[in-house]
Design a protein around this ligand. Sequence first.
Ligand SMILES: *Cc1c(COP(=O)(O)O)cnc(C)c1O
Length: 409
Amino acid sequence: MQIPFSPPRIDQKTIDAVVDTLKSGWITTGPKTKLFEKQLAQYTGAPTVLCLNSATAGLELALRWFGVGKGDEVILPAYTYSATANVVLHCGATPVFVDVNKDDFNISIAEIAQYISAKTKVIMAVDFAGLPCDYSNINSLVNNDDVKSLFKPSSKNQKKLDRILVLSDAAHSIGGTYKGKRVGALADISVISFHAVKNLTTAEGGAMCFNLPEPFDNQEIYQALSVKALHGQNKDALAKTKPGSWKYDIIEPGYKYNMTDIAAAIGLVELERYDNDMLVKRKEICEFYNKYLLEYSWAQLPILENDIKDSSYHLYALRIREITEQQRDQIIALISEAGVAVNVHFIPVPMMSYYRSIGFDIADYPFAYDNYSREISLPVYYDLSLEQARYVCETVTEAVEKVLNKVEA
Ligand SMILES: *Cc1c(COP(=O)(O)O)cnc(C)c1O
């Protein structure tokens, strides 16, 4: 049996939607993208949503909109994909990595509190594997009087918010819930990814969910960022095609981050069947893994839900107890030989060559390293049958026991 890691769900419905768009006479940002934005706002509960060509673009736009630059610090977990950190560097600001929780891989609130300084402008929280961070605690922290009194606003939007911005890297977590609210409505700005391997895909794409408090107007922010995401042009391509509407202005040196209607057409199909079909299937697979692996003492099962939160079941992040990084790699090699594709999420950012070259050291993030060194992500995707999931479990079990027994022998 050959089992891939996470192929996209593409069927006739997706293909028809793309073909319809190709034949419609409008293929870049237009009616499909606008409709997708409205439906995403409805689904997430965020007041407004802006679609873009990636989540990375959304994270960077959020930092730029808030006026983050040289001398500013952005707090983020060491345990994330490098995009979360790269955008901080693009803005000329300093990433301040903090360690993660031992149990759920998410950013440690206690660590955040320790690293807040007068330079901190943004906290980027990553909902690892789809499990929302503890947003009540993060939101209380940034609204705490002592923390607020440290904040030194240096841009119009920083003055208006008058505290640290909570920016959620929700690349994994669309559909996840926390205290009865959906991801998108939990932080000031949340950024979802529609990359090909993510839960809901448009091949490439992302969305910013705006949920800023008074006196901000989330509709106004949506307008401002639509302009920022399209050259700083005060009219989009669709508005310009109306006869007589040729004139436009550039009001700032903007970016080129817009989503195409071809991508949005895929997204609309995906969203329509996301809750009742995709999420149900993913949950079933993850719960099957949990149930099968529960009886093995070497298996440390991931948290999929608790009293206040529920995952989007993006990744099934298994950890093997008391093994080294080398043993983990041996286990993965055996699993791969049996035809099952697994992955590791993530190699912590401070371990990457570039980040090491600018002075970061994984030794400063012991939980991130421990989680990484023992982690194996099992396949989770729509077309994976429970029979295949059983084969994955058998393969993993055999590989782990082989490597563990070698040590004992
Ligand atoms: C995938 C991912 C991103 C980047 O998403 P893109 O849409 O590819 O830009 C950012 N952060 C995390 C945690 C991710 O997994």
